[in-house]
Design a protein around this ligand. Structure first.
Ligand SMILES: Cc1cc2nc3c(=O)[nH]c(=O)nc-3n(C[C@H](O)[C@H](O)[C@H](O)COP(=O)(O)OP(=O)(O)OC[C@H]3O[C@@H](n4cnc5c(N)ncnc54)[C@H](O)[C@@H]3O)c2cc1C
Length: 472
C-alpha cells in the first residue's frame, strides 16, 4: 500500500504497523466500540507526527490521534478507515520549572509519571483520573479529563497553559503560553477537550500544584444512597469544597473488597470518601463539620484515616474500582453523565430502576461532589441480545440525567458513543457553530472524522432569528 510505503520511508518499518493482527491490538479503547485503522504509526518526535499527518493527507486518509487508549467513549477508535497516530513514545518530560510551577511534557507522558517526577519538589499535577497510572497527558487534554481531586482543583482545562499542536495540514504551532493572560483568542482552551478533532497535541505546558500541608481522609458509611447524597449536598451547602468527595454503592464496595481487601464495610448501602486539604487547623475544623453533617444525615460510621498508609489504601480501593468489576462479569459498560448535586438521590433512584427493569447487574462509583455519575453495567457480551439491552439501558440513563438538568458526559468525552445524543443538550444552531469552528481548524475533515458532532451537524442552513432549519 502506497500510504504504508511512504510512512515506512519516514519512520522505518518497525514503527509502522499494517498487518491485521497488529491492527487488532488498536481496534478499541477501554469502551465497547470497535473500528479498524488502515495503519498504525508510533512517531517519536513532533516532526515525525507532522510528517505522518502530511503523508496521510497526501493519500486522502484521515488521521486519528491515540494516547494510551484508556478512553471510554471510542474517541481514539477510527470511525472510518484512518491512520492511527499513537503518541505514547512522545514521553519525555522536557522542563520542570519549580519556581514558575510549570512543566513542559510530551503528549505521551503518563499522568502519574508527571506527579512522580515532581514529588521531590513538593509539587504534583492535579488532574488525577482513576486511570492515571495508564493514561497520557495528551489524552487527558483530548478529553479534558477529570478525576477524584478535580472537585476543588478543576478539570484538565484549568491546568493547561499551552500546547504544541500539529494542524490538519501538518504544520506545528504553539497555542497559549506561560504568560497568565496571553493576548488573542484562547485557542488553547478550544483544543482542550476537542477529542483529536482539531489537530494533534504533541507537547503540553502544564501547571503544577503545591502538595497540601495537611490532609484528612474520611470514610463515611450510610445505610442508603439517599443519606449519602444528602451529605454531599449538605457539605457543599456548608461552604466546604473538599479536595475530593467520592461515592461507592454496596455492589461496588463488595467488588472492590474482593479485589483489593481495603477493609471497606461491605454491609453499607453506600460509602463516601471525603478528602480535606489545607492548613492543619482548617482541615481539622472542616473535618468536624463534614462529620457532623454526615451524622445528621444518618451516617452509620465515620472513620478518619490514621496516617498516609491508611489513606493510600482507601484511594487504592477507589482508583481500582473499575478493575475490580472484572471479577463480576467479563464485560462492562461504564457510563458518564452529570446531574445537579441536589438531584443526585433522585437520579440515582431512577438509574437503579432502569437497572431493575432491564434485569442488568449495576455497580456505581462516582465523583459525587461534581454530580458526575458513573453507572457501570457488568455483563457477558456473549449472551445473545445482551449488548443491545445494555446499550439501550445506558441511553435511558443519559436521558434521565439530562432530563434532571444534567449533561451527557462529565469527563469521558463524546467520542463515537454519544455523538448521536448531542441533540439532547444542544440546539442545531449550537452544533452548527461547533462544526464551523471545527472546519476552521480542519477544512478538509481529516482529523478524527465521525466523532463528537452528530451526523448532519453542519448540513443545515438556519433562519437565525427563528433558530429553525430552512434548507437541508
Ligand atoms: C479504569 C479507568 C478509569 C478511568 N477514570 C477516569 C477518570 O477518573 N476521569 C476521567 O476523566 N477519565 C477516566 N477514564 C477515561 C480515560 O482514562 C481518560 O479519558 C483519559 O484522558 C484518556 O487518555 P488516553 O491517553 O488513554 O487517551 P485515548 O483514550 O487514547 O484518547 C482519548 C481521546 O483523546 C484524543 N487524543 C489522545 N491523545 C491526543 C493528542 N495527543 N492530541 C489530540 N488528541 C488526543 C483521542 O483522539 C481520543 O479522542 C478512565 C478510564 C479507565 C479505563
Amino acid at each position: 500500500m502506497a500510504l504504508v510505503d511512504d510512512l515506512r520511508s519516514t519512520l522505518g518499518s518497525d514503527r509502522v504497523h499494517s498487518h491485521p493482527l497488529e491492527l487488532l491490538v488498536y481496534d478499541k479503547d477501554a469502551g465497547v466500540t470497535r473500528g479498524e485503522a488502515v495503519a498504525v504509526v508510533l512517531p517519536e518526535t513532533t516532526q515525525e507526527v507532522a510528517a505522518c499527518v502530511r503523508i496521510a493527507a497526501s493519500h486522502g486518509v484521515p488521521v486519528v490521534a491515540r494516547g494510551a487508549g484508556t478512553g471510554l467513549a471510542g474517541g481514539s477508535v477510527p470511525a472510518e478507515p484512518a491512520l492511527l497516530v499513537v503518541l505514547t513514545r512522545l514521553n519525555e518530560i522536557w522542563e520542570i520549572d519549580e519556581y514558575a510551577r510549570t512543566a513542559w511534557v510530551g503528549a505521551g507522558v503518563l499522568n502519574l509519571d508527571l506527579s512522580r517526577a515532581t514529588e521531590h519538589l513538593g509539587l504534583h499535577y492535579a488532574p488525577d483520573p482513576s486511570s492515571q497510572a495508564a493514561c497520557t497527558v495528551g489524552g487527558n487534554v483530548g478529553t479534558n479529563a477529570g478525576g477524584p481531586h478535580c472537585l476543588a482543583e478543576g478539570t484538565t482545562v484549568a491546568h493547561i497553559l499551552g500546547v504544541e499542536f500539529v494542524t490538519s495540514d501538518g504544520d506545528v504551532v504553539m497555542l497559549g503560553s506561560k504568560a497568565p493572560d496571553p493576548p488573542g483568542l484562547d485557542l488553547r482552551g478550544v483544543v482542550v477537550g476537542s477529542e483529536g478533532t482539531l489537530g494533534i497535541v504533541t507537547k503540553v505546558l502544564v501547571k503544577l500544584t503545591e502538595n497540601p500541608p495537611a490532609v484528612r481522609t474520611l470514610l463515611l458509611t450510610f445505610d442508603s444512597i439517599q443519606a449519602a447524597a444528602a451529605t454531599v449536598s449538605g457539605v457543599i451547602a456548608a461552604g466546604i469544597v473538599p479536595a475530593a468527595l467520592e461515592m461507592m454503592d454496596q455492589p461496588m464496595v463488595v467488588a472492590v473488597e474482593g479485589f483489593i481487601g481495603a477493609g471497606l464495610p461491605v454491609e453499607a448501602a453506600a460509602v463516601l470518601l471525603a478528602e480535606l486539604v489545607g492548613l492543619e487547623e482548617g482541615v481539622v475544623a472542616e473535618a468536624s463539620v463534614v462529620e457532623r453533617i454526615a451524622n445528621e444525615a444518618g451516617a452509620t460510621s465515620v472513620r478518619v484515616a490514621a496516617d498516609d498508609a491508611e489513606r493510600a489504601v482507601l484511594w487504592k480501593a477507589r482508583k481500582n474500582a473499575f478493575g475490580a468489576v472484572a471479577q463480576a462479569a467479563p464485560d462492562y459498560y461504564l457510563h458518564d453523565t452529570v446531574v445537579p448535586r441536589t438531584k443526585l438521590a433522585e437520579v440515582m433512584t431512577e438509574i437503579y430502576e432502569i437497572g431493575r427493569r432491564n434485569n442488568i447487574q449495576m455497580l456505581n462509583v462516582f465523583h459525587a461532589g461534581d454530580g458526575n455519575l458513573h453507572p457501570l453495567v457488568a455483563y457477558d457480551a456473549r449472551e445473545p441480545g445482551m449488548s443491545e439491552k445494555v446499550r439501550a439501558a445506558a441511553e435511558e440513563m443519559v436521558r434521565v440525567s439530562v432530563a434532571a438538568g444534567g449533561s451527557l458526559t462529565g469527563e469521558h468525552g463524546v467520542g463515537l458513543e454519544k455523538r448521536e445524543l448531542m441533540g439532547l443538550v444542544f440546539e442545531p444552531i449550537d452544533l452548527d457553530a461547533q462544526a464551523r469552528l471545527r472546519e476552521a481548524f480542519d477544512p478538509h475533515g481529516r482529523m478524527n472524522p465521525g466523532k463528537v458532532l452528530p451526523t448532519g451537524a453542519r448540513c443545515f442552513d438556519f433562519d437565525l432569528a427563528g433558530k429553525k432549519e430552512v434548507s437541508p
